[in-house]
Design a protein around this ligand. Structure first.
Ligand code: CUA
Length: 328
């Protein structure tokens, strides 16, 4: 009995450990939507725990006072028990949970705030295009938001269905082909939130992550102003040679860099790629080594993605990396 209790406690703590104050957890809410989801989760968890204890107690009771023991149960009271426990109590619990769910749904449908920052997010296999109509620019896989302000997200997909899941900040919403779905989030806590596509969307669904970077308003405004600028062409040296490589190799047919002739729309906009924390939708850190590996043959890091291996000489690759590193 003691070892069974120990195992149960271990399983419970193991299942909750991954949900502590991690950067991707619905149980450490830092936004209004996520707080409602977490409250609902704890309510359902609490109710289930009550029933687990109750059913376990009944099973033990039945095992101890099994048929043949001296305790006799009258048929009338047994029927009453089945009606109360099997019909009345489940009905009360389910209706109660339904009412709480409806209340949350209503509260989450409207942020009641006219001052909203609009951000348009488009899901691609397997990365996220992020457009800021206010600043007139496009970025990828990293959504910067100001703290204290409502962010109105317009979600669409360029190919198959995806699901936009920011567990620490708000509810999950699908990106459905042929329509625009709306979602809002608001947080008072600056920080980096890891997020994930939550709808199976093909081979690299698991590597379709993104980050929400919540910043104090002044810091966010500075970021916005920086992103509005086009890339400045390097004056000379290795980086200037890198720009030449970028425009003459096949890079420019899929990627755009504002301020250059590159305006491809198949892959992420690279105007400020060096300022991002990760590459390939949260797959690898944005460091010189990973960047080089990704350009040479991204298929070894994320098989099935749309970027073909680049047959560059080592000199061309070094120059290209040097150029991309200037794009802050
Ligand atoms: Cu996109 Cu899963």
């Amino acid at each position: 009995m003691r070892s069974a209790c120990g195992t149960a406690a271990l399983l419970l703590s193991a299942s909750l450990t991954g949900c502590g104050d991690s950067p991707q957890s619905a149980l450490s809410p830092h936004g209004e939507g996520a707080r409602r989801v977490a409250a609902l989760w704890w309510l359902l968890f609490g109710i289930s725990m009550v029933f687990v204890v109750l059913v376990t107690a009944l099973v033990l009771w039945a095992a101890i006072y099994r048929r043949g023991s001296r305790v006799r149960v009258r048929m009338g009271s047994a029927q009453r028990f089945v009606v109360i426990m099997g019909v009345v109590i489940p009905t009360i619990v389910l209706v109660g949970v339904y009412v709480v769910g409806l209340r949350d749904l209503r509260a989450l449908s409207d942020p009641r705030d006219p001052d909203q920052l609009v951000v348009e997010v488009t899901g691609h296999q397997w990365w996220w295009e992020v457009r800021y109509p206010e600043g007139g620019f496009v970025t990828a896989n990293e959504i910067h938001v100001p703290t204290g302000r409502t962010v109105n997200l317009r979600l669409r997909t360029a190919d198959v269905n995806h699901s936009f899941w920011v567990p620490g900040l708000t509810v999950k919403t699908d990106l459905v082909a042929g329509r625009v779905n709306h979602l809002w989030l608001r947080t008072g806590r600056a920080g980096l939130y890891r997020d994930q596509c939550a709808e199976y969307c093909g081979l690299q669904h698991a590597r379709m992550a993104f980050h929400v970077v919540a910043q104090p308003p002044a810091e966010f405004s500075a970021w916005l102003a920086g992103q509005e600028h086009s890339a400045t062409a390097p004056a000379g040296g290795l980086a200037a040679r890198g720009l030449q490589v970028f425009q003459t190799a096949s890079c420019a047919s899929c990627h755009a860099i504002r301020g250059t002739t590159a305006n491809g729309r198949i892959g992420p906009d690279l105007t400020h790629v060096a300022g991002r924390r990760y590459l390939a939708a949260g797959t690898i850190p944005n460091t010189r080594g990973y960047l080089g590996g990704w350009i040479s043959n991204s298929q070894t890091l994320k098989p099935g993605n749309k970027m073909p291996p680049q047959p560059l000489t080592s000199e061309q690759l070094q120059a290209l990396i040097a150029y991309l590193e200037t794009l802050r």
